[in-house]
Design a protein around this ligand. Structure first.
Ligand code: BGC
Length: 790
């Protein structure tokens, strides 16, 4: 099926009212239709649906979703460091979207993790813009390869959920360019998402939806973006201002109210009709793009026609390729599982001999599985990314299948899943003696649900801080009794849904108090009986691991691994999969250590990004601060040796450099290693991070095998954003590669550098010389910020 209309001819035939109608949705999920058969005008509506971790298509009944494959969330995919895996997962999500008649998937999210407390960090890949941008681009490529559009979100600087619709981010331009825009820039330039979604927040006092600097000057004029800019849901405050700024499609629709505002503004001479035409053209192009030629896909977009609330029939599951996608979800989760710690047994006959993991399925004795997440897996976070999964695996079932009646089980703490899609939060609160007050009013379901989530989350924090309920104490007692005499205790813990939700942030990085107490009890048992204690974590973002960390033998970070994640975890526990995930976000020792802590979450409507470009490992490295697990850390069941670093300047003026090294699997089993390349500029006119990720490759090696890994660096990899460069067109700022010495490091994590070298590069001849400091003082800082102030 080809595009059902010619964009130019259609645009020319449309009235002003019709063009304006294209600029806002028909409702929550559809764009507007225009039908004038007599004149040959036919613009079909397209349907958009949430992602990014699986399709979330509404059935027609508010908040009831069509079942779809729930893949690992973005933070898990971030830990995979695997472009190809992300691409394949995204293609599967695109296929399901096609099968359900959805033409644009609302993802991926490439916002930076400024603070580990952001409630939506599970929806974002990393604290590093290169990793986020690369994986974001891979996601876009995957979905769009099957003829379905994406929406790169949330543009930009949406880094907290508290006050997300009004908070004004105050960040200097260098910080924005190097940190908060860089992943968007990479994904836009590399993969050309068919839409970009603006964020809710304000930037320097101007809502992103009305921010011309963001949506037009940077996105379109500088980066060359030619797709459509869509609003986040209800992020538009002044439709005409947003249109002028470059916001094409307002979502959801407003029942024609804002269309009329657009028409009136044109008629009053306040808005040039050419602006309406340009936006309408971009929406028409999007609609046309979603009807690709038959060479691209297996067939036209179809609609399985799932009735509200129905499970899928076997035929529908086949059309969705549900089994295949479930297997892919398991592979994806396995690629993300991150082995944080793996020590030799502390006591018993096997003390000191080899690491505790993997468990030997033949030799292991009684295994006590503790923790309700083993039975009811935590697979995803709360909010608009929540998928109604086609099925959900259980680690308990998988472990019993492998180890039979050697497996015992106790839930250990209160966890009350309503279904695979969400927890029963009321029951959760009841069990903790917390009160939930439902005022029963609420103008709209959505905001009522949101308010409920906020209240519940607040209550959940009390759970973390308060005394344990009698139920929690009883469950812990039962778990310890069940673990008595076990050879190995595997404790499944992590964050309940109420801790990781859209529209709310965490106030603590700790696990819930009942789980922390349980781990303490199990650690006592370990010391008393010599049982090995393995902890499996399910959480979408960094947590603190005290006071129990040093009292356990192994820690497996499963993340929020999607519907097939439990199987992947068991594969890793039993050594059927050699773990290869690496944390894509630093695990600090304490929340107070985290970047931006003192300004988080702002005050009086404004949040100052005073830490500048120093977020994530850039922050901890600058402060030489100890962390629990550094960016890039992850263990394997094998070992890797790094050798033969070669740094070759290919073209000094252009800044082209080739870096090579050899990685060898020096251990007993096949494994995968994420080789990380960092660059530092120790001597520059501005303060720069000690090291910044500039390349990564995931290599697969048989025991004894070696691979040569090659990275190509370009000038931008050595550059910073210099706000003082005069562009000659009244604007300031450009990427500057300041000549001098650079440090190149290759390693297994940001704190496990194995090889290092220095190189010299000259100043970039394309960029005007540095403005001397004394001249800068005379120029006045406001000159450099005029570009992005509205
Ligand atoms: C979220 C977006 C989402 C949209 C549609 C918004 O509240 O911020 O990420 O795509 O809703 O559900």
């Amino acid at each position: 099926m080809t595009a059902p209309f010619d964009v130019d001819a259609t645009l020319a035939a449309l009235t002003l009212e019709e063009k304006a109608s294209l600029l806002s949705g028909h409702d929550d999920w559809y764009t507007e239709t225009i039908e004038r058969p007599a004149d040959g005008v036919h613009v079909p509506a397209i349907e958009v649906g949430d992602g990014p971790h699986g399709l979330r298509k509404e059935t027609g009944v508010d908040m009831v979703w069509v079942p779809a494959t729930g893949f690992p969330t973005a933070s898990a995919m971030g830990a995979s460091w695997d472009r190809d895996l992300v691409r394949r997962v995204a293609a599967a999500i695109g296929e399901e979207a096609r099968a359900e008649g959805v033409q644009v998937v609302l993802g991926p999210g490439v916002n930076m993790k400024r603070s580990p407390l952001c409630g939506r960090n599970f929806e974002y890949f990393s604290e590093d813009p290169l990793l986020s941008g690369e994986l974001g681009a891979a996601y876009v490529e995957g979905v769009q390869s099957v003829g379905v559009g994406t929406s790169l979100k949330h543009f930009a600087a949406n880094n907290q959920e508290i006050e997300r619709t009004r908070i004004s981010v105050e960040a200097d331009e260098r910080t924005l360019r190097e940190t908060y825009l860089a992943a968007f820039e990479r994904a836009v330039k590399q993969a050309n998402p068919w839409t970009v979604m603006c964020s809710y927040n304000r930037l320097h006092g101007v809502h992103a939806s009305e921010n011309r600097w963001l949506l037009t000057d940077v996105l379109r004029d500088e980066w060359g973006y030619d797709g459509a800019v869509v609003s986040d849901w209800n992020a538009v405050h002044h439709r005409v201002a947003a249109l002028r700024a470059g916001l094409d499609l307002e979502m959801p629709g407003t029942g024609g109210v804002t269309d009329a505002e657009v028409v009136a503004a044109v008629r009053a001479g306040e808005l040039d009709e050419a602006v309406v035409d340009a936006a309408a053209r971009r929406v028409l192009t999007l609609v046309a793009r979603t009807y690709p030629g038959p060479d691209l896909v297996d067939g036209p977009v179809m609609d399985l026609g799932v009735a509200p609330g129905d499970r899928l029939t076997p035929e529908q599951l086949t059309l969705l390729r549900a089994d295949e996608h479930h297997a892919l979800a398991r592979e994806a989760a396995a690629g993300a599982v991150t082995l944080l710690r793996n020590e030799p047994r502390a006591a018993g006959p096997a003390a000191g001999v080899g690491a505790v993991l993997p468990l030997d399925a033949l030799a292991v004795g009684r295994v006590a599985v503790v923790g309700a997440f083993a039975e009811h897996a935590r697979i995803q976070g709360g909010g608009s990314s929540g998928v109604d999964p086609t099925r959900v695996d259980s680690a308990l079932v998988e472990l019993r299948a492998a180890l039979g009646d050697r497996v015992g089980y106790a839930p250990g703490y209160v966890h009350t899943p309503k279904d695979a899609y969400q927890d029963d939060l009321r029951a959760y609160l009841d069990a903790h003696g917390a009160t939930f007050v439902d005022d029963g009013t609420g103008p709209a379901r959505r905001s009522a649900a949101l308010a409920e989530a906020l209240r519940l989350a607040a209550a959940a924090e009390r759970v973390a801080a308060g005394p344990l309920s009698p139920a929690a104490v009883r469950l812990a007692d039962e778990a310890v009794a069940a673990a008595e005499g076990a050879d190995v205790v595997v404790a499944f813990v992590g964050l309940p849904l109420a801790f990781e939700q859209e529209a709310d942030d965490r106030t603590t990085l700790a696990l819930p108090a009942d789980q922390v107490a349980l781990l303490g009890r199990l650690a006592d048992l370990r010391e008393r009986t010599g049982a090995a204690l393995v902890v499996v974590l399910s959480n979408g973002a960094a947590v603190t691991l005290d006071p129990w960390h040093d009292r356990v033998d192994a820690i497996v970070e499963a993340w929020l691994p999607g519907q097939a994640g439990a199987g992947a975890v068991v594969d890793v526990l039993l050594g059927r999969v050699n773990p290869s995930g690496k944390v894509a976000e630093t695990f600090p020792l304490a929340v107070e250590d985290a970047p931006g802590y003192v300004t988080w979450t702002g005050e009086r409507g404004t949040v100052l990004y005073g830490e500048g470009v120093f977020i994530g490992y850039r922050w901890y490295d600058a402060l030489r601060r100890q962390v629990r697990y550094p960016f890039g850390h992850g263990l394997s069941y094998t070992t890797f040796a790094y050798s033969g670093l070669e740094v070759e300047v290919l073209d000094a003026d252009a800044g082209d450099v080739r870096v090579r090294c050899t990685v060898t699997n020096t251990g007993p089993v096949a494994g995968r290693e994420v080789v990380q390349l960092y660059v530092g500029d120790p001597d520059a006119a501005v303060r720069r991070p000690v090291r910044e990720l500039r390349g990564f490759e995931k290599v697969t090696l048989e025991p004894g095998a070696s691979a040569v890994v090659t990275f190509t660096l370009v000038s931008r990899d050595f550059a910073y954003w210099d706000v003082a460069v005069d562009r000659g067109d009244g604007r300031f700022g450009a990427w500057r590669r300041e000549g001098g010495e650079f440090v190149v490091e290759v390693g297994a994590s940001s704190r496990d550098v194995r090889l290092a070298a220095t190189l010299e590069l000259p100043d970039d001849p394309e960029v005007p010389p540095l403005v001397p400091d004394e001249d800068l003082l005379r120029l006045g800082a406001s000159r450099f910020t005029q570009g992005y102030r509205a």
